[in-house]
Design a protein around this ligand. Structure first.
Ligand SMILES: Cc1cc2nc3c(=O)[nH]c(=O)nc-3n(C[C@H](O)[C@H](O)[C@H](O)COP(=O)(O)OP(=O)(O)OC[C@H]3O[C@@H](n4cnc5c(N)ncnc54)[C@H](O)[C@@H]3O)c2cc1C
Length: 386
C-alpha cells in the first residue's frame, strides 16, 4: 500500500474493486474487506454496453476485457413458433464497440489484478463489525477483532447490502419485480455469430456469447410474490421450463435431459434468482460512509447496466474526491452527478420490464412501436460522460 488518505471498501465485487482501482490511482491507500472466504464471483456472464466499456477503459482494463470477451455482432429474435421475427445489427459508436460480453469470472479476475496493481490490499473472510465517526475519520472494528481508521468508507456490498440496512433501515430492502431468472453457461456452437432471443410458452430465453467457447443462457419467468426460491433439482426444473422451445434453446434443453444422474451433475452450474430492484433516495451517504453500486441502486437487468453503473459510481467518486478534496464536499458533488443518470437507467429498465409483464396486447404493441426511439434516447444520454 502507498501513503495518502485511507479508504475502507466493503465488498470485492464489481463496484468495490473498481473503487479500489480508481481511488488507488488517485493516491488513496485502499483496503478492501470481502466477507467471502474465497476471492470469487457468483453468476455467469455480463454484457457491457458502450458506456460500461468506456468505464472499463477509464479503469485501464479495456484491452484485457476486449481480449477475453466476445464482441457483439447482433441479435436474432424468434417468435414462439420458431419464426425469425427480426435481426438487429447495430453500428459501433466511434470510440468503443456497441457491446462486449464476457464471463463474470474473467471480469472479476481482471478487476482483482488491476486493484492489486493500484496498491489495494484485499482481505478475504472479513467484514466490519462496528464503526464510529470521530473528527474527520471513521474508526472501524472488523469481524476478526482488528481495527483501523479511515478517511472514508465505501460500501459496495451488493443488493442485500448490510450497510444500507445499518445506515438507512430495512425500509429500502430489495423489491421483487415479479420476475426471476435462470442462468447457465453452455458451450458455444461453432459458427454461431449472433445472440438469440426466443419467446416461449412459459418463459423468454436468450443466449449471449461470452467468449469463443461459451455462451450464456438466460431464461426469464414470472414468479408469484412470496413463492419460495428454487434451489433443488435445478437441471430438471430448467429442462421443464424450456419445454416447447425450438432452435438453440431446444438443443440446450435436450442436453439437460439424458439421465436423472447426469442432470443432477449439471444442477450445480445452474443459477436461479428473483430479479429485484433497490431505489434508495438520495443521498446515498451518511457522514463519511457512502454506498455505491447495487447497494444503492440495483436495477432490473433489462438494459444490462448494473455493472456499468457500479463502475461509473466508482470513477465519479474518485474523480470528485481527487487526492485532497474534503470528503463531505466530494460526496455532495458525487451525488449530484450520479442521481439523474442512475434514475434514468432505473426508470427505463423498469419500464421495459413492466412491458414484458404486460398482458394487454394493444398496450404491449404501442410500447414496442416506441422502443426504437426509447433505445436511441438511452444511447444518446449514456454516451455523455458519466
Ligand atoms: C440475472 C442478472 C443479469 C445481469 N446481467 C447484467 C449484465 O449483463 N450487465 C450488467 O452490467 N449488469 C448485469 N447485472 C447486474 C450486475 O450483476 C450488478 O449490478 C453488479 O454485480 C453490481 O456490482 P456491486 O459491486 O454493486 O455488487 P456485487 O457484484 O454483488 O458485489 C458485492 C460484494 O460485496 C460482498 N459483500 C456482501 N456483504 C458484505 C459484507 N457485509 N462485508 C464484506 N463484503 C460483503 C459480496 O460478497 C460481493 O463480493 C445482472 C444482474 C442479474 C441479477
Amino acid at each position: 500500500m502507498t501513503g495518502g488518505r485511507r479508504v475502507l471498501i466493503v465488498g470485492a465485487g464489481i463496484g468495490g474493486l473498481s473503487a479500489a482501482i480508481a481511488l488507488g490511482r488517485r493516491g488513496w491507500t485502499a483496503e478492501v474487506a470481502e466477507v467471502k472466504q474465497v476471492n470469487s464471483t457468483v453468476g455467469v456472464g455480463l454484457n457491457h454496453p458502450a458506456n460500461a466499456l468506456r468505464a472499463l477503459r477509464a479503469l485501464g482494463v479495456y484491452d484485457e476485457v476486449a481480449a477475453r470477451g466476445y464482441r457483439y455482432q447482433g441479435i436474432r429474435r424468434y417468435a414462439e413458433t420458431g419464426d425469425l421475427m427480426a435481426v438487429f445489427e447495430p453500428e459501433d459508436p466511434p470510440d468503443v464497440p456497441f457491446q462486449i460480453s464476457m464471463t463474470r469470472a474473467d471480469l472479476h479476475d481482471i478487476l482483482t489484478g488491476a486493484a492489486r496493481e493500484a496498491g489495494a490490499r484485499i482481505r478475504l473472510g472479513v467484514s466490519w463489525r462496528s464503526f464510529a465517526e470521530h473528527g474527520d475519520g471513521v474508526r472501524v472494528t472488523f469481524t476478526d477483532g482488528t481495527t483501523g481508521t479511515y478517511d472514508l468508507m465505501v460500501a459496495a456490498d451488493g443488493i442485500r447490502s448490510p450497510m444500507r440496512t445499518h445506515l438507512f433501515g430495512a425500509g429500502h430492502d430489495p423489491t421483487g419485480t415479479g420476475y426471476a431468472c435462470w442462468r447457465m453457461a453452455v458451450p458455444r456452437p461453432p459458427g454461431m455469430t449472433h445472440s438469440e432471443y426466443w419467446n416461449g410458452p412459459a418463459a423468454k430465453a436468450t443466449v449471449i456469447h461470452l467468449n469463443q467457447n461459451l455462451m450464456y443462457l438466460l431464461v426469464v419467468e414470472g414468479v408469484t410474490p412470496g413463492s419460495p426460491p428454487v434451489r433443488d433439482h435445478m437441471a430438471e426444473r430448467l429442462h421443464a421450463r424450456l419445454a416447447g422451445f425450438g432452435g438453440v434453446i431446444g438443443d440446450i434443453r435436450d442436453s439437460l435431459a439424458p439421465s436423472a444422474e447426469a442432470r443432477e451433475d449439471r444442477s450445480g452450474d445452474i443459477h436461479w434468482a428473483p430479479l429485484q430492484e433497490v431505489v434508495l433516495p438520495a443521498p446515498w451517504y451518511r457522514g463519511r460512509v457512502v454506498l455505491i453500486g447495487d447497494a444503492a441502486h440495483a436495477v432490473a437487468p433489462h438494459l444490462a447496466q448494473g455493472a456499468g453503473m457500479a463502475m461509473e459510481d466508482a470513477l465519479v467518486l474518485a474523480d470528485e474526491l481527487g487526492p485532497a478534496r474534503p470528503v463531505p464536499d466530494a460526496l455532495e458533488a458525487f451525488m449530484a452527478r450520479r442521481l439523474p443518470r442512475v434514475r434514468f437507467v432505473q426508470d427505463h429498465a423498469h419500464a421495459i420490464l413492466l412491458n414484458e409483464m404486460e398482458g394487454d396486447s394493444a398496450r404491449k404493441a404501442a410500447f414496442a412501436a416506441g422502443l426504437g426511439a426509447r433505445q436511441a434516447e438511452i444511447t444518446r444520454v449514456l454516451a455523455a460522460p458519466a
